[in-house]
Design a protein around this ligand. Structure first.
Ligand SMILES: [Zn+2]
Length: 264
């Protein structure tokens, strides 16, 4: 089979390490063994996913909480040095929907951005909220901070501009749960095997090319995807995307192209 239309492929990672577990309401998840599940992403996972990407010359976007940059700086500097995009994912994986007001959310964004910039350098233009959940205040705050794009909505499968009152354009790069490695089971109740996930991701990849200007956005976590069986499955999905003629790009590049295309 071939595509009717070329598809943009965005390989994105939420590099949570222990941070997502530290926010868990169940105290068991904040104990050392659960935290080590997250630490695997920084200790072992990052090196493995970089090998997979670099072997194919695929640029990726890594969304990183500021706290993770402070705790595991090399796991953030290394993908940056390999030419991948670094973007923001909160400070300690705080959910915007759990914050009391916009002032608290602004403070957390600022703290996360400062911590991440100190390790990864300037030029951070993108944000994905922890849990991929905006609050009612998030989009306006992203404009205030000068972000170029956000990535958390599920209402399209291609990029678009958020409606704006203030004039500063903000691109949305939607990401859908079916293309997230949470399908292996972690936060969600769904627990698929690697072959079930592969079928889900490949089926969507092949069908998306029926429609013009679509984006295939994988949401992965180094601590989830880098176990060898799962990573071998990702190898096959990426090779299929290459075979089909997928156009790999970072979220920052897609946001810039979207703004150019819309004359903003
Ligand atoms: Zn996360």
């Amino acid at each position: 089979m071939t595509w009717d239309h070329p598809v943009d492929i965005l390989v994105t990672f939420d590099h949570d390490a222990e941070s997502a577990f530290l926010q868990h309401e169940n105290g068991v998840h904040r104990g050392p063994s659960y935290l080590s599940h997250g630490a695997f992403g920084a200790k072992v996972g990052m090196g493995r996913v970089l090998e997979v990407l670099d072997a194919r010359g695929i640029p990726a976007t890594f969304f990183v909480p500021g706290w993770v940059a402070e705790r595991w700086p090399d796991s953030v500097r290394t993908p940056a040095q390999h030419g991948h995009e670094i973007a923001l994912h909160g400070y300690l994986h705080e959910y915007p929907t759990a914050m009391v007001d916009a002032a608290e959310e602004r403070m957390v964004l600022s703290r996360g951005l400062d911590a991440l910039t100190a390790v990864a350098g300037t030029g951070i233009v993108g944000y994905r909220p922890p849990g991929s959940m905006y609050s009612n205040a998030t989009v306006e705050l992203l404009r205030e901070f000068g972000f170029r794009y956000g990535s958390a909505m599920q209402d399209d499968d291609g990029p678009y501009l958020h409606p704006t009152a203030s004039g500063r354009p903000l691109v949305e790069i939607p990401c859908h749960w079916q293309l997230c490695d949470d399908l292996f089971g972690w936060h969600s109740d769904v627990r698929m095997t690697p072959s079930q996930v592969e079928e889900t991701w490949t089926t969507e990849l092949e069908a998306l090319g029926r429609y013009p200007e679509r984006a295939y956005v994988l949401t992965l976590h180094p601590h989830q995807i880098a176990h060898p069986g799962r990573l071998a499955m990702l190898d096959r999905v990426l090779d299929r995307a290459i075979e089909l003629g997928g156009r790999f790009r970072t979220c920052a590049d897609m946001a810039t192209e979207t703004l150019d295309r819309m004359g903003r």
